[in-house]
Ligand binder design. Structure first.
Ligand code: GLA
Length: 734
């Protein structure tokens, strides 16, 4: 059992295997946050809250003005409110019917139950009654009637606590939510860094570690999607925390839309983190009796540094976010024709590639953009989800049958949330495109956004996509989204509800995905947004893998996949071997290295196999056999970042079977040196007292070394033999 309530002090202590989280409803009814970190007992830690007269930090009226040592401006709290004496960043901001913006929450009750709460219409971690427990704490603003139910899901074994909330207007007049965050977390003591992941199209999730200093620091997105530019996953860690040691916290927002993660160090050197829907373009009207559900944040603490937190998130996402029959079944090795042909293909051309693919051991053929409507470039056709039989030379069903006859699965690409102006759908329904009346909308990739906040649009897409999926032997869908949203306006919403559009769009997307994944359980959905522009735990609830980046250069991918690995497992990261010179960078890397890097994800190819030499095809066939042989170790192994791509000459990572029976070490020289400095790494996740057979994949010969020697002494990575050389080193316990 992980949730404890101590009645006399009104203290809630959430215990996981290695962490403790605590809050307390104090004498004023304020829900104080008293602790989150390394495991301790259930002692009421509110004794640590320092009190003192903090000038210009006011005192609640209910204290009668006599106790100047009590101020909401300095006390750590569970869900901070705007406008009533806490001047720090707030979780909740409300506009009341009289135009005032004050809200102040007090404890009103709680409930503890087995199992994990679910959120209507939103993705959330799930768990059985044996795996998780739920605490809900009710808070209320007496004046307005606004009631907040905070949810906590405790996954004791996993060291994970989740948070979400429901906000109900229990008053008699309408209120508008201006900010409704999912997480507010205060650290009373300590100096912290935070690690964020920034990027751009074709270079997502770059690691950045900076101190949390006095003032505000934030990352977020106002682009309608979580974005390439900042990922909704952050870590907060102590100054001395490293990859494998020290206090580290991770926070992952289970949401695919606009978000804000803010950190503030306050006047008393305390740190506050707030995370939730971005408030800039958010205003949600709540009529009396209505409830708004705030999306979920996943939290984890580890004393084993960033690596410890990453491994918790890998398990959490694999086992409690991803769903459906593909969650744990072997994902097929795929070939995608995008970089192979772009828009220039026919059905016969695709079948020719598929023939080679089948011979090499590839299991799934994916037909990318260009199979529908009038779509021979990215200037037209989006929205017309009818196969272009003239281009394919046959029906979709026939093409699917030709591919499946070769022993391959068949998959296709969609971009359901977008529309081309040059499309039959736009001509029939211009009002379905997102645009502000009287203004010309911004074009991006020459396309507009479809208003997914509208139910009629959602229903149309559900029907159209279902029709296509039902018409041919399709077992895979790549779900793309190739622009950011702006000019937000929905013809289906009144003027005073336009601030709901961005969130309603995401809810609409989730409804469409929920319906389709339920109706087509055998279909593997892969998310995509110009690569990794919507790589978040929300999407992973529907699509257990996401195309990591449109940058397929193996060396650039080292950095992208390194950053991605902090919050997401290998099984979530779409990674393909592509042609050289690489189409994005012009770089030439060995085929072996491209294979090695792509194997750190859901492995596949994205090139025209017909253009390869026989030797290259043989090498691909060997790569595929290696991947299939090591599949479990790669996809379900514990992941260790041993040497970073951001420094040194060689990037090294390891996946070790959870029972320590085998491990795969992958090393890629991103910088070849003359008279090179040797590269050593200390392995992790092995049994100290066991012996391991150490082999270079694809080479003969072996060395026997003990787990202790490999973990404490280390392993020497063979030197580079040329530019961008790589090694895969397989260890098996004897
Ligand atoms: C996006 C995707 C690519 C490809 C193209 C097709 O950029 O990320 O993989 O599917 O769209 O237009």
């Amino acid at each position: 059992m992980g949730i404890f309530y101590e009645e006399s002090g009104r203290v809630f202590t959430l215990q996981t295997r290695h962490s403790t989280y605590q809050m307390k409803a104090d004498g004023q009814g304020v829900l104080l946050h008293t602790y989150y970190g390394e495991k301790t007992d259930n002692t009421d830690l509110s004794c640590l809250i320092a009190r003192g007269d903090r000038g210009f930090s006011g005192n609640p009226y209910s204290m009668g003005g006599t106790d100047r040592t009590y101020s909401l401006d300095t006390f750590p709290q569970e869900y901070s409110c705007f406008g009533t004496g806490d001047y720090r960043i707030s979780a909740l901001k409300v506009e009341n019917a009289d135009g005032s913006r004050a809200v102040s929450l007090r404890y009103a009750g709680h409930a503890i139950s087995k199992g994990k709460y679910a959120l209507p219409g939103l993705p959330a971690a799930y768990g059985t009654e044996e795996e998780a427990e739920t605490l809900s704490v009710d808070l209320k603003d007496e004046e307005s009637g606004v009631a907040v139910r905070l949810y906590y899901g405790v996954f004791e074994d996993l060291d994970v606590i989740t948070r979400a909330a429901e906000i109900t207007n229990g008053g008699e007049e309408g209120v508008t939510l201006l900010k409704a965050a999912s997480l507010c977390l205060d650290w009373q003591t300590g100096e912290y860094d935070w690690i964020t992941f920034h990027g751009r199209h074709a270079m997502e999730r770059n690691f950045q570690r900076t101190g949390i200093v006095h003032g505000l620091q934030s990352i977020g997105s106002v682009r309608g999607a979580s974005s390439h530019h900042y990922n909704p996953f952050v870590m907060v860690c102590g100054k001395n925390t490293g990859e494998e040691h020290g206090d580290c916290y991770g926070f992952s927002f289970v949401y695919s839309g606009e978000f804000l993660m803010e950190a503030e160090k306050d006047q008393m050197d305390q740190t506050r983190l707030i995370c939730g829907i971005h408030p800039d373009d958010f205003a949600w009207k709540l009529e009396p009796g209505e409830t708004f559900t705030v999306p979920e944040v996943l939290m984890a603490y580890s004393g084993e540094g960033q690596g410890g937190v990453s491994r918790i998130f890998h398990r959490l996402i694999r086992d409690h976010i991803c769903r459906g029959q593909w969650k744990h079944s072997r994902r097929p090795v795929l070939i995608n024709n995008w970089e192979g042909t772009y828009f220039d293909f026919t059905g016969d051309k695709l079948v020719d590639i598929a023939k080679d693919a089948a011979k090499l051991g590839i299991e799934l053929f994916v037909m990318d953009d260009g199979w529908f409507g009038k779509r021979d470039s990215d200037n037209s056709g989006l929205g017309d989800w009818y196969p272009n039989e003239k281009k394919l030379g046959c029906t979709l069903k026939e093409l699917g049958e030709r591919i499946t006859a070769l022993g391959l699965r068949f998959g296709i690409w969609f971009e359901p949330e977008c529309i081309s102006i040059d499309s039959d759908l736009y001509r029939a329904h211009p009002e379905w495109a997102v645009a502000v009346p009287g203004r010309n909308p911004v074009l991006s990739r020459n396309q507009l956004i479809l208003d997914f906040s509208r139910k009629d649009v959602q229903d149309y897409l559900i029907e159209r996509i279902s029709n296509v999926l039902g018409s041919a032997p399709i077992t895979y869908v790549k779900w793309d989204f190739n622009r950011s949203i702006c000019d937000k306006y929905s013809h289906a919403l009144p003027a005073d509800r336009q601030g709901e559009m961005a969130h309603r769009f995401v809810l609409g997307l989730y409804r469409v995905l929920e319906t389709l994944t339920e109706s087509f359980p055998e279909v593997l959905f892969e998310g995509c947004s110009g690569g990794g522009g919507r790589f978040d735990a929300g999407m992973l609830y529907y699509t257990p893998q996401i195309w990591c980046s449109d940058d397929t250069d193996a060396i650039e991918r080292l950095q992208i996949q390194y950053g991605t690995s902090f919050g997401y497992p290998v099984s979530a990261m779409g990674a393909h071997v592509s042609a050289v010179p690489n189409h994005q960078t012009g770089r030439v890397t060995p085929l072996a290295t491209r294979g090695c890097v792509a194997m750190a994800g859901t492995f596949g190819y994205e090139l025209d196999l017909n253009k390869l030499t026989e030797e290259e095809k043989e090498e691909i066939s060997r790569q595929i056999s290696t991947f299939k042989e090591l599949y479990d170790c790669i996809q379900y192994g514990d992941y260790y970042r041993l040497a970073s791509p951001l420094s040194g000459s060689c990037t090294v990572w390891e996946t070790a079977a959870p029972d320590a029976s085998e491990a795969l070490v992958s090393a890629v020289y991103h910088h070849v040196q003359a008279n090179p400095v040797p590269v050593y790494v200390k392995l992790r996740g092995l049994s100290e007292d066991a012996s391991y057979r150490v082999c270079l994949v694809g080479k003969t010969g072996e060395t026997i070394l003990s787990g202790a020697a490999l973990m404490h002494g280390g392993l020497a990575i063979p030197p580079a033999k040329g530019d961008y050389c790589s090694w895969q080193i397989h260890l098996t316990r004897i």
